[in-house]
Design a protein around this ligand. Structure first.
Ligand code: HEM
Length: 312
């Protein structure tokens, strides 16, 4: 399936990824190997962030997933804008695959699904995501030879874990099986992610770069991982402040630990002091404490004793 980006190029670039044989002849100085080895530690760290671990376990609130989609939208908008700018730059042109890879349009569909019409006016870029976005713009405009590091970190990652993450999100957020809300994970023009990744690696290795530039690209890829982890940490912190969500049409757990603003009693009092003072929050939170449970049991036993004595 040759695309516009893969047509008309000279060997080895003119191969479509579907024609490519598995190539085990990798050299340690190949950029694909340098990147894989040089970002191994960052990859381990990213996999072990709380946000990613929770997501894999299906512990993700809908509001947080929406905010994650927003962060991705700003990131990919910047990345794809800079890739457009550099599509003819020799250090990036062989990695330009808008049809196969670009995610901005898919993310727009996801945001429209989650936020409805007028979604652009309902979202904003967080400070942490903005730092990542600023770096991508800086690289695209002043150090375009490093842009490939940002493309590698995101697209190779998306092609590696995308299908799993899509299923986790659909299951835990009860999203429609028809794919609304998770278009980001759907690469409609890539029939075999594994083969495409091999093809992408071959393109990375065909770039004409000196050792120093390769080293800078690996450093930049580690920076890209770091930006991603900062975004995950920010989401994790926001997630801790979000109220528990209603599951299966049941009532949200009113255990005194959630956001008190979700409590109707609190809402009614908001005009006043601002302090919750909700008796249900207080009582339920206290009843969760073992010493309080013990005291309540003791009181009940004494009351039962007094009642029995009175009846006799
Ligand atoms: C949920 C946690 C994650 C898991 C379980 C995971 C798993 C994997 C696996 C199994 C591969 C190897 C695929 C292959 O060789 O074909 C891979 C590759 C990759 N992942 Fe992840 N990943 C995770 C998170 C991330 C994150 C957060 C990023 C970056 C933002 C990322 C970026 C990458 C990249 C760039 C590659 C390509 C490595 C290479 O072959 O050069 N991954 N991942």
């Amino acid at each position: 399936m040759p695309s516009e980006a893969t047509e008309g190029l000279e060997e080895p670039e003119n191969l479509s990824y579907e024609d490519l044989e598995e190539d085990d002849n990798v050299s340690p100085t190949d950029l694909s190997e340098l990147l894989k080895e040089g970002t191994k530690e960052s990859h381990d760290q990213a996999e072990n962030t709380q946000f990613v671990k929770d997501f894999l376990k299906g512990k993700i609130k809908r509001e947080l997933f929406k905010l994650g989609t927003v962060a991705l939208y700003y990131t990919y908008s910047a990345l794809e804008e800079e890739m457009e700018r550099n599509k003819d730059h020799p250090a990036f042109a062989p990695l330009y695959f808008p049809l196969e890879l670009h995610r901005k349009e898919s993310l727009e569909k996801d945001l429209e699904y989650f936020y409805g019409e007028g979604w652009p006016g309902k979202i904003q870029c967080s400070e942490v995501a903005q730092r990542y976005v600023d770096r991508i713009h800086h690289v695209g405009q002043h150090e375009p030879e490093l842009l490939v590091a940002h493309a590698y970190t995101r697209y190779m990652g998306d092609l590696s874990g995308g299908q799993v993450l899509k299923k986790v999100a659909q299951r835990s957020l009860k999203l429609p099986a028809t794919g609304e809300g998770v278009q980001f994970y759907v690469f409609a023009h890539i029939s075999s992610p594994q083969q495409f990744k091999q093809f992408y690696r071959a393109r990375l290795n065909a770039l004409d770069l000196d050792a120093g530039t390769k080293e800078r690209i690996v450093q930049e890829a580690n920076k890209a991982f770091e930006f991603n982890m900062q975004v995950f940490d920010e989401l994790d912190k926001i997630g801790a402040l979000l109220p528990e969500e209603v599951q299966d049409g049941g009532l949200p757990l009113h255990d005194g630990r959630g956001d008190p603003r979700q409590c109707p009693y609190y809402a009614a009092k908001l005009g006043g002091s601002g302090a919750s003072g909700c008796p249900f929050h207080l009582a339920l939170a206290m009843l969760k404490q073992p010493p309080v449970q013990l005291a309540v049991a003791a009181c009940l036993a004494v009351m039962a004793g007094v009642a029995a004595w009175y009846v006799m």
